[in-house]
Design a binder for this molecule. Sequence first.
Ligand SMILES: [Zn+2]
Length: 192
Amino acid sequence: MILPIVAYGAPVLRTVGKDIEADYPDLQKLIADMWETMYYSQGVGIAAPQINKPIRLFVVDTEQLFLRMEDEEKEEYGDGPGIKKVFINAHVQEFAGEEWTYNEGCLSIPKIREDVLRPEEITLSYVDEHFQPHTETFFGLSARVIQHEYDHIDGKLFIDYLKPFRRKLLKAKLDDISKGKVSVDYKMSFPK
Ligand SMILES: [Zn+2]
């Protein structure tokens, strides 16, 4: 089932997500719905707060990004062929590597893309969809998308990293998004 994506301005996007238990109601259906919603909206990741659930759950598929890339671009990101994973109860253990810039966007903030600096590597502890525990380090583009989605379960957004003057320039656009004054070709719910 395709779920509406919560737009910028909704309090759930500013809520620190809670860990869940293995008996969380209809968890497998929720995960399936998140994949379906993500692919329908042409995202490479989606976090539970974006479908109005303040819990520590997100999914990431960077395999599709690598499939679309030219060879030289693949070399630049160096972490091909990407990952397709479900992250539950994720907690950051460590950030490492040099910071690098990438032009990010967000399904909750349509039509805005900005350069964001983030570290090259992230180590996370999490459980997968079968509640098996993992501690794993991710690199490159996968680490980038994971950090963006991880921020969502901590109530953060990529625009938080922008310089104040840049945020100011975007203010009118962001207000329009929260009022639904934006055209998107996927399902959204607007806070105002
Ligand atoms: Zn996002």
